[in-house]
Design a protein around this ligand. Structure first.
Ligand SMILES: *Cc1c(COP(=O)(O)O)cnc(C)c1O
Length: 248
């Protein structure tokens, strides 16, 4: 018998099961510590650099949501996983070029990294042409307000990168549904300070968009603190699948 490329070896499956048990326990403990219901937090397994076989195995272990940050890697991986019967919700979490919008809207259920009005418009056009229902979108927020890095700017009136402008563009697009916000703690910031600041941004944002209740925050190293500050989705890669050999 030859191994199918979407079947993992038993030792890899056991490794993934153990990682998943550890991460689920961390999420449950963090919810308990924060006085939150465990059902309020969804695990997004970040499978970048890992093969479709791992996605298939994780789906078999009950993982419902998967995250990827590069279109050229995610598009074939989603197709391979689907051919093997695994159809988790695919979250696109990386920096996205507008010319990749048409590809991403075909397999992604959620794009978490929309940080400009121009990108929102590109996704709207692509989604309207290729999908029969709106694409869920999270606006990525810059916690430190540094315009040189990714994220909409919470305190700026910038017509392309300001958080208010981006959120309004997504909310007003027929092809998109504004589901909430996403953030990454800035390098060099204590997670406590980053997620406390994020919680302030979220509170102001929800005055204008009360229906947009998703908050995607927290990764392998800081998911407990993100849950304390209200995360509804945590994006976990290395703690679940192992350390990546590359820095992404
Ligand atoms: C890679 C990545 C993650 C997962 O990071 P880990 O530290 O491996 O858990 C989460 N969010 C984004 C945007 C990523 O690119």
């Amino acid at each position: 018998m030859t191994d199918s490329p979407t079947t993992v070896r038993p030792d890899r499956r056991a490794e993934l099961a153990a990682g998943l048990a550890r991460v689920r326990a961390r999420i449950a403990d963090a919810c308990a510590a924060a006085g939150r219901d465990r059902g309020e937090v969804t695990l997004v397994a970040v499978t970048k650099t890992y093969p479709a076989a791992d996605v298939v195995a994780l789906a078999g272990l009950g993982v419902t949501d998967v995250g990827e940050n590069r279109d050229q890697e995610a598009a074939p991986k989603a197709a391979e996983a689907a051919a093997a019967g695994a159809t988790p919700r695919w979250h696109f979490i990386g920096q996205l070029q507008r010319n990749k919008a048409r590809s991403v809207v075909r397999y992604a259920d959620v794009v978490q990294s929309v940080d400009s009005v121009r990108l929102a418009a590109a996704l709207d056009g692509a989604a309207a042409a290729a999908r029969d229902r709106p694409l869920d979108v999270l606006v990525q927020v810059s916690v430190d307000g540094d315009p040189a890095r990714g994220g909409a700017l919470p305190d700026a009136a910038d017509p392309d990168r300001g958080l208010g402008a981006v959120a309004a563009a997504v909310a007003g697009a027929d092809g998109l549904r504004l589901a909430g916000l996403m953030a990454v703690a800035p390098l060099g910031w204590e997670p406590d300070r980053a997620f406390a600041r994020l919680a302030e941004v979220v509170a102001r944002f929800r005055v204008d968009h009360p229906e947009a209740t998703v908050l995607s925050a927290g990764m392998s190293g800081d998911l407990e603190i993100a849950i304390e500050y209200g995360a509804t989705h945590v994006r976990v890669g290395s703690a679940l699948l192992g350390m990546r050999s590359t820095l992404r």
